[in-house]
Ligand binder design. Sequence first.
Ligand code: SF4
Length: 239
Amino acid sequence: MTTVAARGAAAGDAVVSAGANAVASSPERLRITEIFHSLQGEADAVGWPTVFVRLTGCPLRCSWCDTTYSFHGGEWRTIDAVLDDVAKYGVRHVCVTGGEPLAQKRCLALLARLCDAGYEVSLETSGALDVGEVDARVRKVIDLKAPGSGEVARNLWSNVDRLLPHDQVKVVLADREDYDWAVARVREHRIDARCQVLFSPVHGRLAPRTLAEWVLADRLPVRMQLQLHKLLWGEEPGR
Ligand code: SF4
């Protein structure tokens, strides 16, 4: 997924954990690329101080991916250890991202545990894997892959039926062809009637102003967004 931001304050500085003590222990492990603290850069929770849990691995290869470092490596961590790390930051919002987090089945247990602990939990997912077993308390941010991504064939359209009103569908657009494709798919599947739809330009490839003018001209029922972390930190690695 494309949300990244600054690795923030040191773990251990703050200590509010929204009921994390009530969480039962678990030996289940996940492969983790990084856990860090920053501002949410995208979607409905944009701007909230958030702890990001980035899971390792992704079966897709989007042409504009900016988190390719999450494809390999990482470190095995128990769900308990992940919850302990998250609690140290003392924030309310947690975003589980990747890579493609759902590529690891135990992601489902992690999401449920985070919800049980009282966090506001979001999941950033490619839209290529089934979201049917994701805890209903989680705000899903599901990508639709436009042609410019090179992964348009991976869209799992049955996920549209899994959308809840608090979820969001995000389309990252590289050019006018992507835009026209996205408008047609939103109308065809009536996605805007199910949840918020977010249009975002590929950083450095589609001018934000151009996309804004297209959205206004077409009176689209979508929210345009820019990636806050790119505005704050540009292409700096690890942010
Ligand atoms: S789904 Fe695409 S953008 Fe997200 S991590 Fe995988 S390759 Fe990158």
